[in-house]
Design a protein around this ligand. Structure first.
Ligand code: NAD
Length: 350
């Protein structure tokens, strides 16, 4: 199958396959749409089963970034990169340097940053070979805590604000006493757990690695469950914070939560899933709206702004979601469809 015929190609502007023999780097950089500005989006490193899986992931992710930037009111487009390999065992500084050189060939049309498997120090290494990186420094901290450029704290705060808005819409109440199941307690999921704990929610957590789980249990009173159990727990909110396809044909009929609101990109395996959730009365917070905190943070760090503006921008995620929920309730459309139409009206050329 040619890349142009790929079901997720979605009119991408540019897709580059990057190979560096010396370091073993195999990566794909995809720029979906730059009508509003350069394609900003993180770089993910993951042990993909094959290059086809990596291509599907990067195409879906970069398209999502276009929609995310549009809904966050940013003059940015959508792009994303994936590196094929296990970040725990295959990553080297030379490989990150080679990645930086490939990012530089885009001459600013693609700006990279952290995503799953890629840390601030990896982006700093890339940044020695290209100026087109974000998420490496923080001029402004939205909550006053010391910040190193990692966008995860801002993402987690945005998800928290959005989750609160979803709970208010669905239950007419705050988070106190609500039960939330978090799938994936990594950089974002663990910070989300902290916000939710402080707001009085009761937590259930699952992960494939123990580090985040132990902290969630010990510090935030969470109950650890297996990854096979977490999707179907009888809770108020399901928060997917691992990788994509959290809601798919295999698990959708087992989901008992009333609200789905989490950090993961591409939570719905297909548009159909959004419609089924709406029919089941499950309120879905569109992923690229609720998890926009990271690019909002990077945008502010790269421009002249201040901590108050950054925090206010992050908190508008809740207002945007409330508008989507209200419009979906009025029209009977799925929330994902409402969000898509709002985003497209902003970034598509008339
Ligand atoms: P991360 O790699 O730090 O955390 C992901 C966690 O999910 C890890 O702890 C991993 O072990 C776990 N995980 C992986 N597969 C799992 C499975 N099948 N079941 C349970 N747990 C599993 O990544 P992150 O930065 O926290 O990002 C999490 C998600 O949020 C990703 O989808 C990412 O694209 C998205 N996101 C992140 C940011 C950000 O600022 N970091 C911004 C927007 C969106």
């Amino acid at each position: 199958m040619s890349v142009f015929d790929h079901p997720e190609f979605a009119s991408h502007e540019q897709v580059a396959f990057c190979h560096d023999e010396e370091t073993g780097l195999k990566a794909i950089i995809a720029v979906h749409n730059t009508h509003l500005g350069p394609g900003l989006g993180g770089c993910r490193m993951w042990n993909y089963a094959n290059s086809h899986e990596a291509l599907t992931d990067v195409l879906r992710l970069s398209k999502g970034m276009t929609y995310k930037a549009a809904m966050a009111g940013l003059e940015q487009g959508g792009g994303k990169a994936v590196i094929i390999g296990d970040p725990r065992n295959h990553k080297t500084a030379d490989m990150m340097a080679a990645m930086g050189r490939f990012v530089d060939t885009f001459k600013g049309k693609y700006i990279t940053a952290e995503d799953s498997g890629i840390s601030v120090s990896d982006i700093l290494t890339m940044g020695q070979h290209t100026e087109h990186v974000g998420g490496t420094f923080s001029k402004y901290s939205f909550d006053g805590s010391p910040a190193d450029g990692n966008p995860a704290p801002a993402t987690a705060y945005g998800v928290f604000v959005g989750l609160q808005a979803a709970v208010r819409h669905r239950f007419g109440s705050d988070l106190s006493g609500k039960t939330v199941a978090i799938k994936g307690v990594g950089h974002v999921g663990l910070r989300l757990a902290e916000h939710l704990y402080k707001a009085g929610a009761r937590l259930f957590v699952a992960d494939i690695f123990p580090e985040g789980l132990d902290r969630a249990v010990n510090e935030y009173g969470a109950t650890a469950v297996s990854v096979d159990e977490i999707d179907a727990l009888d809770v108020d909110v399901f928060a997917p914070c691992a990788l994509g396809n959290a809601i798919n044909a295999d698990n959708i009929s087992n989901i008992n939560a009333k609200v789905i609101a989490g950090a993961a990109n591409n939570q719905l395996a297909s548009d159909e899933m959004g419609k089924i959730l709406a029919q089941k009365g499950i309120l879905y917070a569109p992923d690229y709206v609720i998890n926009a905190g990271g690019i909002i943070d990077i945008f502010h760090q790269r421009t002249e702004s201040n901590a108050e503006n950054l925090k206010a921008h992050l908190e508008r995620i809740g207002e945007t979601l409330s508008r989507i929920f209200d419009q979906a309730a009025e029209t009977g459309q799925a929330t994902a469809q409402v969000a898509d139409e709002m985003a497209e009206s902003r970034f598509q050329k008339s």
